[in-house]
Design a protein around this ligand. Sequence first.
Ligand SMILES: Nc1ncnc2c1ncn2[C@@H]1O[C@H](COP(=O)(O)OP(=O)(O)OP(=O)(O)O)[C@@H](O)[C@H]1O
Ligand SMILES: [Mg+2]
Length: 238
Amino acid sequence: MSTPALDLLDVSKDFGRIIALRKVALRVELGEFVSILGRNGAGKTTLLNIISGISKPSSGKVELFGSDPSDTVNKSKLAVISHEMFLYGNLTAIENLEYYARIYKVPNMKERIESLLHSVELTHRRFDLVNTYSRGMTQRLTIARALLHEPQLLLLDEPFTGLDQHAIGMLTKLLLEQKRQGRTILLTTHDLHIASELSDRYVIIEKHQITHNGPMKDTSPEAIRKKYFSIDTEVATA
Ligand SMILES: Nc1ncnc2c1ncn2[C@@H]1O[C@H](COP(=O)(O)OP(=O)(O)OP(=O)(O)O)[C@@H](O)[C@H]1O
Ligand SMILES: [Mg+2]
């Protein structure tokens, strides 16, 4: 078997007495698109932070492309899109992207930046300071920044939150294109329809453990919602 993009073995994480993850095992093959589903506080963001190396597991093992997440070879292979924007408000969109392009030594920098700004539909605002952007525009620029260096693994923590319908369509198209190009993608979302449209596989985290891991093609958003997310709603409205 070839080396997977990601291999987690019995990963646990606690913050003092708060348990965030308990013995999570997950293997993601190269080119797979996996959606991570679960209620608020289930441990999804914690899991992505551990995969990206931002946070260390309390116990267990994580391998990215066969080595430790903190290994320098992994830095250029990874992109993270989360609520943290990693953008400078007092710089323009172009200046922000040029700054990151230099760090990652992106070839054909100017063309790459123009093309990404076009993809996220910000060409007309490229010379404006980022602190004059709306929330959705800032998020679109974050997406462009994350894709600059053509990362092999994308970790997306609720990237659709705050986007309008048009921008949701734009990001969906962009992610499908990334998938076509063979990138490996992990997405957390509370939108089961988006998860269903994009992913090959879905994983459910419940009470800090993976309770389900299966192919998306064998199910539907309604079936997932009924099976995993509606029990408490029924109790609450009873
Ligand atoms: N830095 C921290 N310190 C203490 N507890 C934390 C910390 N980060 C996360 N937690 C706790 O770990 C658990 C999992 O949180 P996490 O943010 O991973 O959930 P989530 O599945 O991403 O939820 P959401 O859907 O709301 O984004 C929660 O109980 C949370 O309070
Ligand atoms: Mg979260």
